[in-house]
Design a binder for this molecule. Structure first.
Ligand SMILES: Nc1ncnc2c1ncn2[C@@H]1O[C@H](COP(=O)(O)OP(=O)(O)O)[C@@H](O)[C@H]1O
Ligand SMILES: [Mg+2]
Length: 391
């Protein structure tokens, strides 16, 4: 038998999540040995958004009214910022990349409300809609590199949640032959991929879902109460005392008791949501409030494993900025014992660049006309090609 030749391409992945902290850019080599994909991160960096651009994105995410003209101008600015991030990271390579895969910035995400086949037949399906700003056409034009964007649309249109899409990377790169693993991303929102042993062979058993606010409530509270962008290393929360009764009550809210597939965002975990939490915190000190929100975040994650996973994991592999919150990581480790919590760095995937690497990989799959979604993860009716190509 003649072995298919190994493909090796240089790709850029661009991502900005619900934290709206900045654009994660990854310059990554993708090596396709046909039975196995490998990635080799050459450079990874987060290019912060300009402060006024971030404020405008957050305002639109929170539902502020804007004219079409203003939305177009916002799209221009985001696209230009993504293109600049691509150009900056490109300079760290020794040749031009073959593709740019850009997630863009989600400003609105409404998954379909029914995604099971039977309810569709009942005619009860309401369509989903997802908007990522920062159009690929502009990025392709400004960089001169083939760009793929709008990764979530096709999955939503196949009645999936459009998320999580990173699960493809988890299956391809992080599954273990005998252990049950969870890949837990803690970005603005928390989401997981459940990886039974040898997931590549058992893709139908892989699933994933959003399991709560990641850093978003902690960040908003830190900004409001302490005037800092985030609780560095969880230092403030560590000094406080969590109100466990309040957390138990919050964990009974609809989102936390709903079975997957499910996805969420700033539409739920909004400034108004935080205000309600703060009102219920009553006379707690500011530190205790932050401890309570941090514990809430950790418990929502741990509870979702107990309630919704067929097997409790042996290992939890954390990616995303929440992995830098040492106190949140300690609380999570305590709550999911005997599972072991580690960052994905210990498995060769830089946890800060993981999502950007995942989109680079999804861009590669799109060019090869290989499906990028996992229907068991997103709830889509079928596997679909993800992303629009701008040559
Ligand atoms: N050193 C740190 N200590 C605590 N939290 C951190 C630290 N670094 C990053 N974070 C958190 O990670 C968030 C960014 O995470 P990220 O994975 O980029 O999320 P998203 O995908 O939503 O953009 C920040 O908003 C902050 O809450
Ligand atoms: Mg980010």
């Amino acid at each position: 038998m003649i072995n298919a030749p190994t493909d090796k391409i240089l790709a850029i992945g661009l991502m900005s999540g619900t934290s709206v902290d900045g654009i994660d850019a990854a310059l990554v080599e993708i090596i396709d040995r046909h039975e196995k994909l490998e990635t080799n991160l050459i450079a990874g960096y987060t290019y912060p958004y300009a402060a006024d651009l971030r404020d405008e994105i957050l305002a639109v995410c929170a539902g502020a009214m804007r004219s079409q003209k203003q939305i177009c101008e916002l799209d221009d600015r985001i696209a230009e910022s993504f293109a600049q991030a691509a150009i900056a990271i490109m300079a760290k390579g020794d040749r031009l990349p073959d593709l740019i895969a850009s997630h863009g910035q989600t400003v609105f995400h409404r998954p379909p409300s029914y995604h099971q086949e039977n309810s569709k037949q009942d005619g009860k399906t309401s369509l989903g809609y997802t908007i990522q700003l920062g159009r690929g056409a502009v990025i392709a034009e400004l960089t001169g590199i083939k760009t793929i964007s709008d990764f979530r649309v096709a999955d939503i249109e196949a009645f999936g949640q459009g998320a999580p899409l990173v699960s493809m990377l988890d299956v391809l790169l992080l599954s273990h032959p005998t252990k049950y693993r969870v890949c837990q991303n803690i970005g603005g929102i928390s989401n997981l991929t459940y990886l039974p042993p040898d997931s590549l062979e058992h893709q139908e058993q892989v699933f994933g879902f959003d399991n709560g606010a990641g850093n978003v409530l902690i960040d908003m509270a830190t900004q409001k109460l302490f005037g800092q962008p985030f609780d560095r290393d969880g230092a403030i929360a560590r000094q406080g005392q969590a109100d466990l009764n309040l957390i138990d009550k919050w964990l009974k809210q609809e989102f936390f008791v709903t079975a997957p597939p499910k996805s969420t965002g700033r539409e739920l975990f909004s400034p108004e949501y935080l205000e309600k939490c703060l009102a219920e915190c009553g006379s707690l000190s500011d530190r205790d409030i932050l401890a309570t929100l941090t514990e809430f975040t950790a418990r929502a994650i741990a509870k979702s494993y107990r309630d919704f996973l067929p097997m409790f994991p042996d290992e939890v592999l954390v990616g995303g900025g929440g992995g830098h919150n040492g106190y949140l990581m300690e609380r999570l480790q305590d709550l999911v014992k005997p599972a072991i919590v580690m960052r994905t760095n210990e498995f060769g995937i830089d946890s800060d660049s993981k999502e950007a690497i995942a989109f680079a990989m999804l861009g590669y799959l799109r060019l090869k006309e290989r499906a990028g979604n996992l229907p068991s993860v997103t709830g889509a009716m079928r596997s679909v090609l993800l992303g629009r190509i701008f040559p």
